[in-house]
Design a binder for this molecule. Structure first.
Ligand code: SAM
Length: 347
């Protein structure tokens, strides 16, 4: 028998996320002209059930609002740019949506990390699509890694790494200067406000591995320098994940994933919504908040949008929808160095 790759099932969750995004776009929940370039045979994919479409819609819109709020705050504060790092980015299209959106000039760097198998596929999809690659820069400005596992352009960078490995080894790629410039400054500058996105990835990792990852960024941004004139360094984080999986419905979700060989070690320390901000607070973040998708749908979408999406499809499983949305949450937080004040007030 062929030895099975235990990570193949984790990587397969990227297709689930991408197919759900495509379906939500095709059904009119979301507008995303880029997703079809990142899903193989997009035009042949069947739509997902309304429950999945609504969940995908709520999480995408709410994370978009948080990201836009972050970029807007950077811009109001007169910061010279803003960096976003998406860890476990999979086939996400957020970079291209931002690159064509109102905050494109505030965004100075967008870095995506995922397993090399996923980033190789994404590199190929990007190079095949004129629509995606033309937004990265002029032809000479876009470079593909020799290994084919990553891609670099003036703003957008894609790297293949296993995020469970010691960050001191894997994340050193962020400390090198970008291959697309002659400068000696590191790709990720601690002096530029930086937002970390963990969209449905930390649940697949042990709490220890996730903690090491977040701590690496805090340590990097805490590193001392002699410049007393600089603005306080700022790090923000957004986590989207399943939580509260010890109740009967949560156990059904866990068992369904187990049948596909996917386990969720990262969800274990977070049995309640109140426990989720620990993801950030344990690393010295000044503030962190969490809300379930159920609460976000009920109070953060606005009646016009709720009415609009209620007309898109017939939803028979209203109770099941509430139960599912009650087991997913978005957590966000802010860290700042020195005496700078901050609240997680960009949301
Ligand atoms: N963030 C994307 C989104 O929301 O559409 C993808 C989410 S998908 C559910 C989870 C992603 O995390 C997959 O692309 C998977 O390969 C990636 N991932 C999980 N564990 C990882 C690890 N240890 N190292 C790198 N990537 C990982």
């Amino acid at each position: 028998r062929e030895p099975t790759d235990p990570d193949a099932s984790i990587r397969a969750t990227d297709s689930d996320a991408a197919l759900a995004r495509l379906s939500a776009v095709q059904k009119g929940y979301l507008v995303d002209p880029f997703v079809r370039h990142l899903v193989p045979r997009a035009h042949l994919q069947p739509p997902r059930p309304p429950l999945i479409n609504i969940g995908t819609y709520v999480r995408t819109v709410c994370i978009d609002k948080l990201v836009d709020g972050w970029l807007q705050k950077c811009s109001i504060e007169g910061r010279s740019g803003c960096q976003i790092l998406s860890l476990g980015a999979g086939s996400d299209t957020r970079f291209w949506r931002l690159a064509t959106g109102p905050w494109k000039d505030t965004l100075s760097k967008y870095i995506e990390l995922d397993f090399p198998e996923i980033t190789t596929k994404k590199t190929m999809a990007i190079t095949k699509s004129r629509e995606l690659s033309s937004l990265l820069g002029k032809p000479g400005e876009v470079q593909i890694d020799k290994s084919g596992t990553g891609l670099h352009s003036p703003k957008y960078h894609l790297f293949g790494v296993d995020l469970r490995l010691p960050p001191a080894d894997t994340l050193s790629i962020l400390l090198a200067s970008p291959s697309t410039s002659d400068s000696t400054t590191p790709l990720l500058s601690p002096d530029v406000p930086t937002l970390l996105l963990f969209e449905c990835v930390l649940v697949y990792m042990t709490p220890e591995a996730s903690a090491q990852l977040v701590q690496w960024f805090v340590d990097y941004f805490s590193s001392t320098d002699n410049n007393t004139n600089r603005k306080p360094r700022v790090l923000g984080g957004i986590v989207y994940e399943m939580f509260g999986l010890n109740d009967p419905f949560g156990r059904v979700m866990v068992n369904n994933l187990k049948t596909r060989n996917v386990s969720l070690p990262g969800a274990e320390p977070y049995p309640t919504m109140q426990s989720l901000p620990k993801r950030f607070l344990q690393h010295g973040f000044r503030a962190s908040h969490a809300l379930s998708l159920r609460e976000l749908r009920a109070s953060h979408l606005g009646t016009t949008e709720l009415e609009r999406i209620s007309k898109l499809e017939m939803l028979d499983e209203v109770e099941e929808l509430e139960l599912v949305l009650e087991h997913y949450a978005i957590t966000w937080g802010a860290w700042i160095d020195g005496t700078g004040e901050t609240k997680a007030d960009w949301a």
